[in-house]
Design a protein around this ligand. Structure first.
Ligand SMILES: C[S@@+](CC[C@H](N)C(=O)[O-])C[C@H]1O[C@@H](n2cnc3c(N)ncnc32)[C@H](O)[C@@H]1O
Length: 348
């Protein structure tokens, strides 16, 4: 099967890219290889790039997206990118949500510039739910209109990872662009794979060994401080092991109990997730290597990632569309012209 050529921007440690390529296992479930081939990947975070490069056969380049000259990029069918979201996130109260007025909020224009020049058949962008309401709800329509002006028909949907076999309630907006109208009309976002009573529980990805290591527990001082403001500020959010975890983010790298990050309470003591547990919550496979960077950097890159299983389902839907399109085209090409019978001929 011919490979679908991809350029990946803001690749981070590669959650989105791994999901796109497929060929991994998570919780005993196989996510088969998909026919996407990443020709070029970039990110400007040294540590995320280092993690990426210890996990893929192709390389991610350490580079600022603003330094890309679109004409120099290889020709590709699909452009992907989870453009930086800090400025759109509801949790980003300090600094306030600047949305597209913030420099980082403008980075999606780099994606637009590439689309305008290279005109791949499709693109996939991912972002936080807060994008829908940022800038008094003005940012999102503006972003969609810019994508349209670049020549694309746009479909978007807010998807929750917990509906797709992932033990995390993570809502993210996926924006997919199609150059041709048929693809736009025929594409369907993946339908949820897990019903409400059957969602994957957090306890399935928790490491019991970590309960024995003091390293992961918060100090008495941190717990006392948190307890003083807990009710008022909704801190110390202990997770129910029988449910799905609240959204984890790059903020996990702050290792703070005095935050809205999800934490565990084990035998009355608060502990943070290990980086491996964070990766499990994000649906990275067990063999995804984290150790090329410090634990702090692991939390950051993993918290920033698109859950590979979530991305696999989206990529699979796009692949189904491309396959059905190819089949139809072949059918049209090979189908013999219909021979009219005399009656039909007479009635022409
Ligand atoms: C939301 S994360 C993307 C995560 C990635 N899609 C994944 O699934 O692992 C956004 C990424 O954009 C990168 N980034 C931010 N500004 C950038 C810039 N100017 N040039 C290139 N990458 C940038 C960050 O380092 C970060 O890794």
């Amino acid at each position: 099967m011919e490979k679908i050529k991809v350029v990946s921007l803001f690749s981070g440690c590669g959650g989105m890219d791994l999901g796109l390529e497929g060929g991994f296992n998570f919780l005993g479930q196989k996510y088969p290889k998909l026919p996407f081939k990443i020709l070029y990947a970039i990110d400007n975070d040294f540590y995320a790039v280092s993690m990426y490069n210890s996990n893929f056969l192709h390389r991610c380049e350490l580079k600022d997206v603003k330094d890309i000259i679109p004409y120099n990029l290889p020709n590709h069918h699909l452009l992907i990118g989870g453009f930086p979201c800090q400025s759109f996130s509801i949790s980003a109260q300090n600094p306030p949500r600047l949305g597209y007025k913030d420099e980082r909020g403008k980075l999606f224009f780099e994606m637009i510039n590439i689309l305008k020049v290279k005109q791949p058949k499709f693109f996939i962008a991912e972002n936080v739910k807060g994008l829908l309401s940022a800038n008094k709800k003005k940012a999102f329509p503006m972003i969609i209109s810019e994508f349209e002006k670049a020549g694309y028909h746009i479909k978007y949907k807010l998807l929750n990872s917990s509906d797709y076999g992932i033990p995390q309630k993570r809502e993210r907006i996926f924006i997919i662009g199609f150059r041709d109208i048929d693809s736009y009309l025929n594409f369907e976002f993946p339908t949820p794979t897990t019903k409400s009573g059957k969602k994957v529980k957090l306890k399935l990805v928790i490491d019991k060994e970590a309960d024995k290591n003091e390293k992961w527990f918060f100090s008495k001082r941190a717990v006392d401080g948190m307890m003083r403001v807990r009710e008022k500020m909704n801190k110390g959010r202990e997770q129910d092991l029988e449910q799905q975890c609240n959204t984890i983010s790059s903020h996990l790298s702050k290792m703070s109990l005095n935050s809205t990050d999800p934490v565990l309470k084990i035998n009355g003591k608060f502990r943070r997730f290990t980086p491996r547990e964070a990766a499990n919550i994000q649906s990275f496979p067990k063999n995804f290597k984290l150790e090329s960077v410090s634990e702090n950097r692991q939390y950051k890159a993993i918290g920033n990632a698109v859950p590979p299983v979530m991305m696999w389902h989206i990529a699979n839907s796009l692949n189904l569309l491309i396959n059905s399109k190819e089949k139809n085209q072949k059918k049209l090409y090979y189908e013999k012209p219909k021979q009219l019978n005399l009656f039909e001929f007479a009635n022409l």
